[in-house]
Ligand binder design. Structure first.
Ligand SMILES: [Ca+2]
Ligand SMILES: [Ca+2]
Length: 109
Protein backbone atom coordinates (compact mmCIF):
# COMPACT_ATOMS: atom_id res chain seq x y z
CA UNK A 1 0.00 0.00 0.00
CA UNK A 2 1.44 3.34 -1.04
CA UNK A 3 0.66 6.69 0.46
CA UNK A 4 2.13 8.58 -2.47
CA UNK A 5 -0.26 9.53 -5.23
CA UNK A 6 1.41 8.90 -8.58
CA UNK A 7 0.55 8.65 -12.27
CA UNK A 8 -0.58 5.18 -13.39
CA UNK A 9 2.62 4.30 -15.24
CA UNK A 10 4.75 5.21 -12.22
CA UNK A 11 2.60 3.07 -9.94
CA UNK A 12 2.95 0.18 -12.35
CA UNK A 13 6.73 0.61 -12.33
CA UNK A 14 6.96 0.80 -8.53
CA UNK A 15 5.02 -2.47 -8.25
CA UNK A 16 7.30 -4.17 -10.78
CA UNK A 17 10.36 -3.05 -8.84
CA UNK A 18 8.83 -4.66 -5.74
CA UNK A 19 8.24 -7.91 -7.61
CA UNK A 20 4.47 -7.47 -7.85
CA UNK A 21 1.77 -5.95 -10.00
CA UNK A 22 -0.76 -3.21 -9.46
CA UNK A 23 -3.87 -4.64 -7.85
CA UNK A 24 -6.81 -5.92 -9.95
CA UNK A 25 -9.89 -6.30 -7.69
CA UNK A 26 -11.69 -9.54 -8.57
CA UNK A 27 -15.05 -8.42 -7.19
CA UNK A 28 -17.06 -5.42 -6.01
CA UNK A 29 -16.38 -6.62 -2.46
CA UNK A 30 -12.63 -6.53 -2.98
CA UNK A 31 -12.94 -3.05 -4.51
CA UNK A 32 -14.81 -1.86 -1.41
CA UNK A 33 -12.28 -3.46 0.88
CA UNK A 34 -9.42 -1.56 -0.78
CA UNK A 35 -11.41 1.69 -0.81
CA UNK A 36 -11.91 1.28 2.92
CA UNK A 37 -8.16 0.91 3.37
CA UNK A 38 -7.76 4.23 1.53
CA UNK A 39 -10.55 5.92 3.51
CA UNK A 40 -12.68 6.00 0.40
CA UNK A 41 -10.09 7.58 -1.86
CA UNK A 42 -9.92 6.43 -5.47
CA UNK A 43 -7.01 4.17 -6.43
CA UNK A 44 -5.36 2.88 -9.58
CA UNK A 45 -6.24 -0.56 -10.90
CA UNK A 46 -3.82 -2.67 -12.94
CA UNK A 47 -5.77 -2.64 -16.21
CA UNK A 48 -5.28 -0.47 -19.28
CA UNK A 49 -6.41 -0.13 -22.88
CA UNK A 50 -3.40 1.96 -23.84
CA UNK A 51 -2.14 -0.59 -26.39
CA UNK A 52 -5.44 -1.16 -28.23
CA UNK A 53 -8.22 1.31 -27.53
CA UNK A 54 -11.23 -0.54 -26.14
CA UNK A 55 -9.30 -3.73 -25.27
CA UNK A 56 -8.71 -3.74 -21.52
CA UNK A 57 -5.71 -5.83 -20.52
CA UNK A 58 -5.01 -6.54 -16.85
CA UNK A 59 -1.86 -7.53 -14.97
CA UNK A 60 -1.88 -11.15 -14.01
CA UNK A 61 -3.13 -11.99 -17.49
CA UNK A 62 -6.39 -11.68 -19.26
CA UNK A 63 -8.66 -8.94 -20.42
CA UNK A 64 -11.71 -7.40 -18.80
CA UNK A 65 -14.82 -7.14 -20.89
CA UNK A 66 -16.46 -3.72 -21.20
CA UNK A 67 -19.66 -5.38 -19.94
CA UNK A 68 -17.94 -6.69 -16.81
CA UNK A 69 -19.99 -5.89 -13.69
CA UNK A 70 -16.95 -4.38 -12.01
CA UNK A 71 -17.16 -1.27 -14.20
CA UNK A 72 -19.24 1.61 -12.82
CA UNK A 73 -22.47 2.34 -14.70
CA UNK A 74 -21.73 3.97 -18.06
CA UNK A 75 -18.00 3.13 -17.89
CA UNK A 76 -15.66 2.70 -19.62
CA UNK A 77 -16.84 5.68 -21.66
CA UNK A 78 -13.52 6.77 -23.18
CA UNK A 79 -14.35 10.36 -22.34
CA UNK A 80 -11.38 12.03 -23.97
CA UNK A 81 -8.16 10.08 -23.60
CA UNK A 82 -8.90 7.60 -20.84
CA UNK A 83 -6.72 4.52 -20.91
CA UNK A 84 -6.20 3.55 -17.27
CA UNK A 85 -8.56 1.93 -14.76
CA UNK A 86 -9.43 3.75 -11.54
CA UNK A 87 -11.35 2.29 -8.59
CA UNK A 88 -14.06 4.52 -7.08
CA UNK A 89 -17.07 3.89 -4.86
CA UNK A 90 -19.40 3.04 -7.74
CA UNK A 91 -16.97 0.70 -9.45
CA UNK A 92 -14.22 1.04 -12.06
CA UNK A 93 -13.74 4.04 -14.32
CA UNK A 94 -11.55 4.47 -17.35
CA UNK A 95 -9.56 7.55 -16.53
CA UNK A 96 -6.67 9.65 -17.83
CA UNK A 97 -3.40 7.86 -17.02
CA UNK A 98 -1.65 11.05 -15.94
CA UNK A 99 -3.92 11.59 -12.94
CA UNK A 100 -2.35 11.19 -9.52
CA UNK A 101 -3.78 8.49 -7.29
CA UNK A 102 -2.69 6.01 -4.68
CA UNK A 103 -2.32 2.34 -5.49
CA UNK A 104 -1.42 -1.02 -3.98
CA UNK A 105 0.69 -3.82 -5.35
CA UNK A 106 -0.14 -7.52 -5.18
CA UNK A 107 1.88 -10.60 -5.91
CA UNK A 108 1.33 -11.84 -9.45
CA UNK A 109 -1.36 -14.54 -9.65
CA1 LIG B 1 -9.23 4.17 -23.66
CA1 LIG C 1 -14.38 7.25 -18.05
Amino acid sequence: MHDNAVAWEEGKQICVEMGGVMVVPQSKEELQHILNMFNGQSFWIGCTDIVTEGTWVCFGGGTIDKQDERWAAGEPNSNGNEDCALGVGSGWLDFGCDGYFKFICQRPA
